[in-house]
Design a protein around this ligand. Structure first.
Ligand SMILES: [Zn+2]
Length: 356
């Protein structure tokens, strides 16, 4: 995610903090300071930091459970509205998804139990005491962990509870249909949360509602896409009419190609027709804007890490390649000659044509 700072690798995942999280800290500190001076500001900032440590632990609950099923988590990002563990892929086995989803909230329950053992009060009158600096930090933290577990178990896809809901539906019906139902339920709940947030003047709740709403529909599309993808072969989706560059071409030639075609990415092919890399319009424009001489070789701005698939590979393999950030996936014959390539855009077109 853009605007995130890396805090290094923890347990095999990169831990990132989004810049808006620091805004939240500043806001919490300032609000407490204007109410109760420095001691309140420091205490509230400590509370938010401790709270987010619990959120990180929650995300690692998901990540470590996913790893048991051979799914890696490249990074975990902290946002003001919570954490986001980006799994390399979603488990498609329903019971695996249930365990991965439950592992997060389970961590918060364990933290709650530990804090109670350490002497946190179990009873807290109401939510309003939560942000009053009078209540001791330990009790507030214990309570908020219970809240986190409960909140995440709301069956609003793609929140944890919604994932469990979808997985249980999957046991009874097809995955695409189950996702569509879970998404609809998630969006209804998101509307409810947004309404609650607006009427009670809670901006964080409104943000969460917007986030749930948007990510529910994008994941719904992704699942639909993958189900089509498994039935389509790379050769049926690939672009076969394209302009290619040769390794001797210059930036000027590549710039001409951008103007004279509708392509945004140009394969660089050797004389034998083997793929050397891709020159993308964005990279080319960046080089020209940085005053690279136009006589420079186009190869100097080329991306070389391009996934290759066979003509008969499933489109789901292509999606995995694109998901990792490649501008295109090359389709090659057995002898290594590139005969076509696939971009995100033409998969989108394929979806429209294939219908659902
Ligand atoms: Zn979670």
């Amino acid at each position: 995610m853009a605007w995130s700072f890396s805090f290094g690798r923890v347990l095999g995942s990169e831990l990132k903090v989004h810049v808006t999280f620091f805004l939240l800290l500043a806001w919490v500190g300032f609000a407490a300071y204007s109410g109760g001076g420095w001691p309140a500001a420091v205490e509230n900032i400590l509370f938010v930091l401790a709270l987010f440590a619990c959120v990180v632990a929650h995300e690692f609950g998901h990540a470590l459970m996913a790893r048991r099923y051979g799914i890696r988590t490249p990074d975990i990002t902290l946002l003001p509205i919570g954490g986001l563990a980006r799994l390399e892929r979603m488990p498609e086995n329903p019971m695996q998804e249930v365990w991965v989803a439950l592992a997060g909230p389970a961590v918060n329950v364990v933290i709650w139990a530990l804090l109670v053992v350490l002497g946190a009060g179990i009873q807290l009158g109401s939510l309003s005491q939560l942000d009053s600096a009078g209540t001791d930090l330990l009790s507030r933290l214990a309570y908020v962990n219970l809240l986190l577990a409960a909140f995440n178990m709301i069956p609003a896809f793609p929140m944890d509870g919604g994932r469990v809901f979808r997985a249980l539906l999957c046991l009874k019906m097809e995955r695409v249909k189950a996702t569509r139902i879970a998404t609809l339920a998630g969006q209804i709940v998101a509307f409810g949360l947004g309404f609650m947030g607006l009427t009670s003047g809670n901006p964080i709740l409104v943000l969460i509602a917007v986030f749930v709403f948007i990510s529910a529909s994008s994941e719904n599309q992704d699942v639909a896409l993958r189900s089509v993808a498994r039935r389509v072969m790379a050769r049926d989706a690939m672009i076969t009419e394209f302009r290619a560059l040769s390794p001797d071409d210059t930036l000027a030639t590549a710039a001409q190609a951008v103007i004279h075609t509708t392509q945004h990415e140009f394969p660089v092919l050797s004389q034998e027709g083997e793929l050397v890399g891709f020159v993308t319009r964005d990279r080319l424009f960046a080089a020209l804007a940085a005053d690279h001489p136009r006589s420079d070789s186009a190869v100097s701005v080329m991306e070389t890490d391009i996934p290759k698939v066979k003509l008969t590979s499933g489109l789901n393999k292509v999606l995995d390649g694109l998901h990792k950030g490649a501008p295109a996936v090359a389709v090659c014959t057995r002898s290594g000659r590139m005969v076509g390539y696939i971009t995100r855009e033409n998969i989108g077109e394929l979806m429209v044509i294939q219908g659902r």
